[in-house]
Ligand binder design. Structure first.
Ligand code: CAA
Length: 283
């Protein structure tokens, strides 16, 4: 199962980072989204992020140019049909992901591996609705993708060993480190990280500390690179809430109840950096 080409569905924060790291690692990348505008923005972001890497001496200008030449874009999902590996990185809504897989399936080569960058949705359930549950896996990148070393590989109940091995090899070629996870709600990173963020929101909600003191405590007291509330804004408060709900429903334990203040912020449209306002003001 030699994987040389990848189709990335979704050119947002995660999708453009995934296209970036695959292109730098020598894979041919076909990036898909539903609007020209999103694709154009993704190419600008990739250019900017690769420039950072050039200016810090992480890659050369030639490596940047070669990687950019390996990225093509398309608005047509069927164009991804001939790639060896599909990485779905669309909005974290199950019905959206389902529609994408339904639209892709008739066009795929039999050997193509299907993966989802979902941060919490059941891999087994997504896989069961495709024609190839044994060639389906979770492939979960961390944000910012070009910087974070870890990738979670999540095994659905039907994932076969050749697919599992092929994906570990892909992660090795990306120069990243794989963490193997079984398919339970939110896998490993988000099972631990998002309840910590939710607890930070409770700490604010109950008046134990201010936004500043909570974030400073965890930065200076626990050596976290970002405080939990700053990190929540970075991830997106809607995404944090969606993951808490998956944990709450999937594990049926009240210790995962989302903080009412987190729900209120999301209802207000205060989603963090992407909307200009969350626990901090970015306007
Ligand atoms: N692309 C390429 N390089 C980037 C980048 C990007 N998007 N963003 C930052 N960088 C690089 C910078 O160029 C810099 O490189 P050097 O080390 O070579 O100098 C390095 O990353 C650090 O960046 P900065 O100096 O600008 O800023 P910083 O030191 O404050 O670090 C950070 C920024 C890397 C984001 C850091 O704050 C951090 O690690 N934060 C925590 C991030 C985290 O926890 N991510 C996981 C979120 S959970 C998740 O993603 C899973 C989910 O499903 C929700």
């Amino acid at each position: 199962m030699a994987i040389e080409s990848v189709g990335v569905v979704g050119a947002g924060q995660m999708g453009n980072g995934i296209a970036h790291v695959f292109a730098l690692a020598g894979f041919d990348v076909l990036l898909n989204d539903i609007s020209e505008d999103s694709l154009a923005k993704a190419l600008v972001t990739i250019d900017k992020n690769m420039d950072r890497q050039v200016s810090r001496g992480k890659i050369t200008a030639e490596e940047k140019a070669a990687a950019q030449a390996r990225i093509r874009t398309t608005l047509a999902l069927p164009d991804l049909g001939q790639t060896d590996l599909i990485i779905e990185a669309a909005t974290e809504r199950e019905e959206v992901k389902q529609k994408i897989f339904d639209a892709l399936l008739p066009h795929l080569k039999p050997s193509t591996i299907l993966t989802s960058n979902t941060s919490s949705i059941s891999i087994t359930r997504l896989a069961s609705r495709t024609d190839r549950p044994e060639k389906f896996m979770g492939f979960h990148f961390m944000n910012p993708v070009p910087v974070m070393q870890l990738v979670e590989l999540i095994r659905g109940i039907a994932t076969d060993q050749p697919t599992w091995d092929a994906m570990h090899e892909v992660v090795r070629k990306l120069g990243k480190t794989a963490a193997s996870a079984e398919d339970f709600p939110a896998f490993i990173v988000n099972r631990i990280l998002i309840p910590m963020i939710n607890e930070a929101v409770y700490t604010l909600y109950e008046g134990v500390g201010s936004v500043k003191s909570i974030d400073e405590s965890m930065k200076l007291g626990a050596n976290h690179p970002m405080g939990p509330l700053e990190l929540a804004d970075f991830i997106g408060l809607d995404t944090c809430l969606a993951i808490m709900n998956v944990l709450y429903e999937g594990l049926a334990d009240t210790k995962y109840r989302p903080c009412p203040l987190l729900t209120k912020y999301v209802e207000a449209g205060w989603l963090g950096r992407k909307s200009g306002r969350g626990f901090y003001d970015y306007r």
